[in-house]
Design a protein around this ligand. Structure first.
Ligand code: GLU
Length: 423
């Protein structure tokens, strides 16, 4: 056994590697290729000193990891979160490779992160942080090299700052350097909603297979950021009752159904940014959120939320993973022995990067699509991917997660094999 590499100190990274190892046998992955896929291609760690509003200088640590550059530019979000580290970013970058592989997008996987708490920072501090980070990663980003997008703790405004900083450096406006930008700057209509919409396309296919009508189903959603809130909206639109929701500050429940539109207004009012205290529901303990009986459970927050401690207590029929890596491999082993229909993360939340791809294509062509074109194409690609994964799962008698990983890893592996090893 060789010494653990720098990424392997992270449980999230070990989890991504365990998944890769588990799927390798299933798809007869050449061990020489497996070796290359288990470590990210390129990583950059940088110190980002910025002047805080109080006049003091603070230094943040930033990361950008490009897992694979085999299929095209690397692609993936940038997250601002207090505990982000190189291993977590590397795992998320690896998952992006498989996600782009399943969706047949011409991208490799990447991810970035800055260890900071955006909830406690002013707009000016966040702008200086983002612009300085962009400057630091300049040598390894580019519209044909690595394209960033929003993730946890970042948004359209963050992308606008990156776009502007990059464009100022190269001397002309280059909207295709990032996706998830404001629509006025070349962002794609529907990009913000895309991940949640994709999650609900998958849920509806699973409900149809289980012969459950959407209006007979109930849902519990962990996380009320971009993915969680849009998922709730889309579920409600199709008649599915959202009965419990949680965020980092607390959890709420109303078994008669939460008024999602009212909850969104409540969260956005007075910069409250939390579901806690919503008058149309009762407070519940966070530990009870995931185990609330429901038809569909959507973890849409952090990785490693469904663990060997709580997996056997889940009382849902469908587990739709809106977050990246919400289920640990130990929990997964327990779930595969149950009758829970798992829609794995790299399939379930792939709507976001899919519409990012639409945005990149539109910016390169300077030809923008309509709302209908975006949503119809998203639906077509999500359903196609869902049914390819489902077919592999049924044909091979393997869990949905292994089928999804199998398809994603295989796409990248074939490309690596055909390109050969340089020199
Ligand atoms: N951060 C998102 C994800 O995890 C989107 C990435 C992108 O659009 O490039 O899939």
């Amino acid at each position: 056994m060789s010494e653990p590499n720098l990424f392997e100190q992270s449980p999230v990274y070990r989890m991504a590697c365990d998944q890769l190892r588990d799927v390798a046998g299933l798809i007869d992955l050449d061990p020489n290729i497996a070796e290359r896929l288990a470590v990210p291609k390129r990583s950059l760690v940088c110190a980002i000193p910025i002047k805080m509003d109080n006049g003091e200088t603070e230094v943040f640590i930033g990361y950008r990891v490009q897992h694979s550059l085999t299929s095209g530019a690397s692609k993936g979000g940038l997250r601002y979160s207090p505990h982000v580290d190189i291993g977590e970013v590397a795992a998320l970058a690896m998952w992006m490779s498989w996600k782009c592989g399943i969706m047949n997008l011409p991208y490799g996987g990447a991810k970035g992160g800055i260890a900071c708490d955006p909830a406690t920072m002013s707009l000016g501090e966040k702008e200086r942080l983002t612009r300085r980070f962009t400057e630091e990663v300049l040598p390894i980003i580019g519209p044909r090299t690595d394209v960033m997008a929003p993730d946890m703790g970042t948004d359209e405004q963050t992308m606008a700052w990156i776009y502007d900083t990059y464009s100022m450096k190269i001397g002309y406006a280059c909207p295709e350097i990032v996706t998830g930008k404001p629509v006025e700057l070349g962002g794609c209509i529907g990009r913000r909603e895309a991940t949640g919409r994709g999650v609900v396309f998958c849920i509806r296919e699973a409900l149809a297979e289980l012969k459950i009508e959407p209006h007979e189903a109930t849902a519990v959603v962990q996380g009320f950021g971009n993915v969680g809130s849009v998922t709730c909206e889309e579920l409600a639109k199709h008649g599915t009752k959202v009965i419990a929701v949680g965020d980092r500050y607390g959890s709420i429940r109303n078994t008669n159904g939460i008024d999602v539109a009212a909850l969104i207004r409540y969260v956005n009012a007075d910069a409250r940014k939390s579901v806690v205290g919503f008058p149309g529901a009762e407070a519940i303990a966070d530990a009870d959120l995931l185990t609330t009986p429901c038809t569909v459970l959507v973890p849409a927050a952090m990785e490693r939320q469904i663990t060997k401690e709580n997996a056997a207590k889940l009382k849902c029929r469908i587990l739709a993973e809106g977050a990246n890596g919400p289920t640990t491999p130990e929990a997964d082993a327990l779930l595969s022995g149950s009758d829970i229909f798992v829609i794995p993360d790299i399939l379930c939340n792939a709507g976001g990067v899919t519409v990012s791809y639409f945005e990149w294509v539109q910016d390169i062509q300077q030809l923008m699509w309509s709302h209908t074109q975006v949503n119809e194409k998203l639906r077509e690609l999500m359903l196609d991917a869902f049914h390819r994964v489902r077919k592999m799962s049924k044909d091979r008698g393997i869990p949905m997660r292994m089928a999804a990983l199998g398809l994603g890893v295989k796409k990248v592996a074939i490309e690596k094999q055909r390109r050969g090893l340089f020199p």
